[in-house]
Structure formats: structure tokens, C-alpha cells
Design a protein. Structure first.
Length: 232
């Protein structure tokens, strides 16, 4: 009786971990798609959703030892090294026929305000319209026969990434810091916090050996020691 209860649990726990790993790979793929659509110019056209889907299938949803080829990726199953981790308890791969189970969707470009309006416009970072690059990746692992409820789950994992790309024509890191500091309250709500810190915070007794809190202080030119070739 106890084995009848524990056996499905033992079979489902590794499967849940594999679904989480697929979700993480989908998020990485969506980030890759957003960056690839932002790299455009006279010598490089914006890639299509079909091309990007083939790239993420070959580069992200294959094994870590699979070669990264500069040619156009093939959609054939034999061209992709199947990741041995993404299999069910029977050994069947969850992403069999990857061309039909891994897809990419690109949002249509427009001159309207970006969907990430929280960071755009006069109340945000004041980024111009048309600088938003989005990518959505859909991963649909196949159901697992004989293992309820995964036999009729119909799982579809979707991950969405948004990249707002614009350099503001800033003169340097100090100019970047100034623009962020003067951003609207939706993007950088530092002014209310600074007001509290400079009024109520000054009257509160500091903790032992703690310096006074400086809300809103930006040190744009300071790098961590591990980023320097010779250390600190």
C-alpha cells in the first residue's frame, strides 16, 4: 500500500525538476532572441522568427557539447543532439520533434509607446519609442503516457523578455548616473526615499559602528576588485 503511494511520487519529482530546467532554458532562449533582434543595421537585417527558433533549438536546447555553427540551423531531428536530461521515466525524450515543440514569436514593430511603459515616457527613463525589442519562446514538452496527471497535462512553457535599447547619447558614466537619478518615480523612486532618509533617518540613532545612510548616492566609476586585472 505504501509503495503504491510513493512510487508515483518518486517518478514525478524528477519530472518536475526537468520541467523547471526546461523553463530555465526557455528564459535563456527568450533573452537570446531579444538581443538578436536588437542587433540590426545596414549589413544585418533583423532575423525572422523561424531563423531564431532554429538557432535556439540548436544552441540552447541541445547538449552543452553540441557545436555552434554559423550556418543556418537545420530543423531536422538528426541535426540536433538531444539533451539526455529531458527524458521521462521510460527514456522517451520530452522534446521529440523539436521543430514543432520549440517556437519563437516576435512582436510587431511600431512607433507607438513601448509595452514597457513603466520605464518609458516622461515618468520613467524617458526612452524614445521604437527602441523596444521583445522575444517570446514557447516550449511544449510532450505528455507522459501512463503517469497521471502528466499523461494529459498539455504543458506549454512560455517565457517573454523585453529589451529597451537606447544609449541616450550620454557623454559618460556620470551622464548615465544623472539621467537615472532624474528619472521619474516609476523608474527610480529615489526622491521619496532620500527625503525620508534626510529627515527621519537623520534623527534616528545609528546602529553601533554603522555610518549614516546616504540614500541616492551613486558611484559610477567604482568597480569591484574582482573586475580589475591587478585587484585593488
Amino acid at each position: 500500500m505504501l509503495a503504491l503511494v510513493l512510487m508515483p511520487l518518486f517518478l514525478s519529482l524528477p519530472l518536475l525538476g526537468k520541467y523547471l530546467d526546461l523553463a530555465h532554458a526557455a528564459e535563456q532562449a527568450a533573452r537570446y532572441v531579444a538581443f538578436e533582434t536588437s542587433i540590426v543595421g545596414p549589413a544585418r537585417r533583423s532575423p525572422t522568427a523561424e531563423v531564431l527558433a532554429a538557432q535556439v533549438r540548436e544552441r540552447i536546447f541541445s547538449t552543452s557539447t553540441a557545436p555552434i555553427l554559423s550556418r543556418s540551423a537545420s530543423d531536422s531531428t538528426s541535426a540536433h543532439s538531444a539533451n539526455p536530461l529531458w527524458t521521462d521515466h521510460r527514456g522517451a525524450h520530452l522534446l521529440a520533434e523539436p521543430a514543432s515543440r520549440i517556437g519563437v514569436h516576435l512582436a510587431a514593430r511600431s512607433n507607438a509607446a513601448p509595452a514597457s511603459a513603466l520605464l518609458a515616457g516622461p515618468l520613467g527613463l524617458d526612452l524614445p519609442a521604437g527602441t523596444e525589442h521583445t522575444g517570446t519562446v514557447r516550449v511544449s514538452p510532450q505528455d507522459v503516457p501512463g503517469l497521471a496527471p502528466f499523461d494529459t497535462l498539455g504543458l506549454s512553457i512560455r517565457r517573454h523578455q523585453v529589451l529597451l535599447g537606447h544609449n541616450w547619447s550620454a557623454a559618460g558614466s556620470a551622464d548615465y548616473a544623472r539621467r537615472i537619478e532624474h528619472a521619474g518615480p516609476l523608474a527610480y523612486p529615489i526622491q521619496p526615499l532620500a527625503l525620508i532618509g534626510n529627515t527621519v533617518g537623520r534623527t534616528l540613532p545609528p546602529l553601533v559602528l554603522d555610518e549614516a545612510i546616504e540614500v541616492g548616492r551613486v558611484e559610477a566609476e567604482i568597480l569591484p576588485c574582482d573586475r580589475l586585472a591587478q585587484g585593488c
